[in-house]
Design a binder for this molecule. Structure first.
Ligand code: F6R
Length: 612
């Protein structure tokens, strides 16, 4: 949700910033802009649409070489996605420029205050008030002005600003939105995430809540909004620039789909200690706390919510602790029953999703403990949680989540087993057996990827379909939801996932001649469920549906009812989502590509949703 880059150093700022924006474009692509300081004024180039439009503008109207400045790629909240509302925003004297990610909730009152003082605003954004307020407060020290302005702001914001009268200084601030510092040698960077500067340095500094950072080429000073020096955490990013490149694939999404075996293997690495006991990353909860848990609530959004649905099956099965799963955006508004003995598990790839973050804060206010499952080290959600299990998917650039989903499934199974271990529900040899099952997943996913050719052909054949339905039972139901979500977001098609048993209670009325229906069949070992879904397939086929059946290899019972059969390796039931979702990811990717849509940057979406 908006990408921000800031730079001060020896290189030409436009080159550095444009490189960073290219890597951050997945966060929003409604407009893009850069600002540099030359002489005593700030110069800005900004353009609606994708970064390519800004690149063209810069080619036609280059900016002078400069050594400090910033850039922005926008996901519009306030104001249409046009040139006028593109960031950076200036004050009336064109002395200060500001970029912003988030929403300033009291911007209407601030706008009235400025208008009463005779200021004319040039855009419809909430952001622009900040540039005028900074101009109003500036007295030679931009960081001081930023602190004063931040104290007046309500809502969520990352801000970065430069002032023409304070050369070689870039100032950033954050509340509830991400901002990371990259430390270089004689140069420093700011980015919404580390990919903004990973081509230059892997040395990062995590900023805390309500902090202002003042960046010079040779130093980084961090304070609270009140001006007190702040403690920060420094860390090394454990992936390099090549991880954020397409590496020969047409799309990041395809590359990330093919990275899944490695992502799963990395997430499993080093989990068993010398005594055969399972280890998690940052467990600031004692065994006693975990033994005391009497209810688990899992929260997440979109794909992360779907992995939460899968987690319910493994946690309840292995630990017998009751589990509720809820969409994070709904959670705190229904006054959920939480207490000290409730463990909340928050799942988030980015670690910045505002709906999930707000749900976590609510849970902690009620005295509950929070365990985060997250892919981004140093992001806000793990920082605000009591324990963390990291997924090691590496950077996920495509807007549609793929490898994060698979690693989240692995992580939730690890958490389930860990709880079972701590609570004495499983012996270490049983845990080791389950971990062996998990360890077989990379190879199983590899085998699926080796056989997806027919799925791609099917996608091209169905390019004109109006809708696709997805059915599943048990852990196949979240797979159906996830398959439908991928198709909606990438191919802009009507796609719905249903529990197959619900079909006869309404959705069967949607079945018409030729409607493609994807069915995820449980393993043969789950005979009762399996047989029921085979009946469901027959029911829809009798009504004209085109059946696309995902079933385990060797399941001959479904073949007679499948117009297209997609075999996947036989794995334990609770792990079936890991193999069953892969063909559906490929299906959505290929269908979107066949329609000529932008696979990596689907319309209206952004990768990290940092507004509620
Ligand atoms: C779907 C997708 C989104 C995210 C959701 C949560 O492909 O990417 O539905 O899963 O926005 O994001 P995180 O996991 O970053 O909290």
């Amino acid at each position: 949700m908006c990408g921000i880059v800031g730079y001060v150093g020896q290189q030409n700022v436009v080159d550095v910033v444009m490189g960073g924006l290219r890597r951050l474009e997945y966060r929003g692509y409604d407009s893009a802009g850069v600002a540099v300081v030359a002489g005593d004024e700030v110069l800005v180039r900004r353009r609606a649409g994708k970064l390519a439009n800004l690149e063209k503008l810069l080619a036609d109207k280059p900016l002078p070489a400069a050594t400090f400045g910033m850039g922005h790629t926008r996901w519009a909240t306030h104001g249409a996605p046009n040139d006028r509302n593109a960031h950076p925003h200036l004050d009336e004297a064109a002395k200060v420029a500001v970029v912003h990610n988030g929403i300033i909730e009291n911007f209407a009152a601030l706008r009235s205050h400025l208008e009463d003082n005779g200021v004319t605003l040039a855009s419809d954004t909430d952001t622009e008030v900040v540039s005028h307020l900074l101009a109003e407060q500036f007295d030679g020290d931009l960081a001081e002005a930023m602190r004063a302005v931040c104290r007046k702001l309500e809502g969520a914001f990352t801000l970065v600003a430069v002032h023409a009268d304070q050369p070689d200084v870039v100032v950033g601030a954050r509340r509830n939105s991400p901002l990371v510092v990259g430390r270089g040698d004689g140069e420093n960077f700011l980015g919404s995430d580390v990919s903004a500067f990973i081509a230059h340095t892997r040395h990062a500094v995590e900023l805390g809540q309500d902090q202002v950072v003042e960046l010079r080429a040779d130093r980084v000073d961090v304070t609270t909004f009140d001006g007190q020096p702040a403690e920060v955490r420094e860390y090394e990013v454990d992936w390099d620039a090549s991880a954020a490149e397409k590496g020969g694939y047409d799309y990041f999404m395809l590359k990330e789909i093919y990275e899944q075996p490695k992502a799963v293997a990395d997430t499993l690495l080093g989990r068993i200690d010398d005594e055969g006991l399972l280890q998690l990353d940052e467990m600031r909860l004692s065994d006693e706390d975990l033994r005391d848990v009497d209810k688990i609530v899992i929260i997440g959004c979109g794909t992360a919510f779907h992995s939460g649905l899968i987690a319910k099956y493994s946690i309840e099965h292995w630990t017998r602790i009751p589990v509720e799963v809820e969409v994070a955006s709904e959670f705190r508004y229904r006054d959920p029953i939480l207490g000290r003995r409730t463990l909340v598990i928050a799942i988030s790839q980015s670690g910045e999703t505002m709906d999930t973050l707000m749900a976590i804060r609510h849970a902690r206010e009620q005295g509950s403990r929070v365990l985060a499952i997250c892919n981004v080290n140093g992001s806000t959600i793990p920082r605000e949680s009591d324990a963390v299990v990291y997924t090691y998917a590496g950077p996920e650039i495509a807007v549609a989540s793929t490898k994060a989903f698979l690693t989240q499934i692995i992580a939730v199974h690890l958490v389930a087993l860990y709880l079972a271990q701590v609570r004495g529900m499983k012996w270490s040899d049983e845990i080791a057996r389950h971990v062996d099952d998990l360890a077989a997943m990379p190879e199983a996913v590899d085998r699926v990827l080796d056989t997806v050719g027919p799925v791609r052909a099917l996608a091209r054949e169905l390019v004109d379909a109006r809708a696709v339905l997805f059915l599943g039972r048990h852990v196949g139901f979240p797979v159906a939801l996830e398959g439908a979500l991928k198709l909606k977001e990438l191919a802009y098609m009507h796609a719905e996932g249903f529990p197959a048993g619900e079909l006869k209670h309404g959705p069967i009325a949607l079945i018409e001649e030729g409607l493609p229906v994807v069915v995820v069949v449980p393993p043969l070992s789950r005979k009762v469920l399996h047989d029921k879904i085979v009946s469901n397939i027959q029911e829809i086929r009798a009504r004209g549906a085109r059946t696309i059946v995902i079933a385990e290899e060797g399941d001959d019972t479904v073949a007679p009812y499948a117009d297209t059969l997609i075999p996947v390796p036989a794995v334990p039931t609770l792990l079936q989502p890991v193999v069953a979702i892969v063909p559906l990811q490929v299906f959505a990717c290929e269908l979107a590509s066949a329609k000529g849509y932008d696979v990596d940057q689907p319309r209206n979406l952004a990768k990290s949703v940092t507004v509620e």
